[in-house]
Ligand binder design. Sequence first.
Ligand code: UDP
Length: 318
Amino acid sequence: MSKEMKRNNRTVVITGGAGFIGSHLCDFLINKNYKVICLDNLITGNRKNIAHLLNNPLFEFKNIDVSKKIEIKVKVDFVLHFASPASPVIYLAHPIETLKVGAFGTFNCLELAKSKKAKFLLASTSEIYGDPKEHPQKESYWGNVSSIGPRSVYDEAKRFAEAVTMAYHRRYNIDTKIVRIFNTYGPRMLINDGRAVPNFIMQALKNKPLTIQGDGMQTRSFCFISDLVEGIFQLMNSSANDPVNLGNPTEVTIRKIAKLIIELTHSKSKIKYLALPQDDPKRRKPDIAKAKRLLNWEPKVGLKEGLVSTIFWFETAK
Ligand code: UDP
């Protein structure tokens, strides 16, 4: 056993650990010799994402709904709350579960952190900025969100989750962190996830039309999963308590990413334009100055490079 393995006897609870980001976090932390307890009710998480970890002595999986109750007997050093549907198509199909996991799930995770004297990290989102009137989005921006629109089930759940997190930090002095995650992509996204990157890749691989919603001139900034996970790890071990944006600041139009995916997959697909969903944000790009300053973090993987490895994964998973 290496010296590092002997030194690290820390235990991390990851809710949503069988999901896209959660399962990559499980891998990353196990590689650093953390003990990982993965909680997931598999609404959007997938057993396949953690199948390779099930026999690892550092890994434990519990199929539970963290919105109901969390019981952990062993000591815990970190609670990372990543459980939630995150794709607009899927959170609209599970509106109540999404609200509950942002609200009750966050309370339950914070109570766990409080009782274990553990640190807590909330997976928040760029969606808390809504359809932003400030560009790029800094952490100081309060957002432009409809409290009653279709996306509110996710946006307001995450805004509420941030409020609960700050309340526990202020009231109980828990060492809490909030990461505002911007659009992220990579292997292990669900094939039927509904978000732009997996949709376009699957459509391109099948030579079917790529479905652009609206005129495709809306923008997003896409971060590759390995960069995001590295940033989350830096944040978890930092002294920051205020929210920190993590994302790739390279802004692209949806039309551009669709064309790039057609090119990289050598697909015969054409583009089909559909109606833009209600309240779809027009522009999104993180200001990551704070992450650079506090965590010495910035993304390293370029869009083409990240898409090539994502496409490769989808080719074998489809
Ligand atoms: N989008 C699209 N076609 C699709 C899926 C999404 O044109 O098949 C658009 C969507 O309307 C939005 C952008 O791509 O403007 C990003 O959507 P996604 O669902 O990936 O994430 P969001 O950033 O909206 O949460």
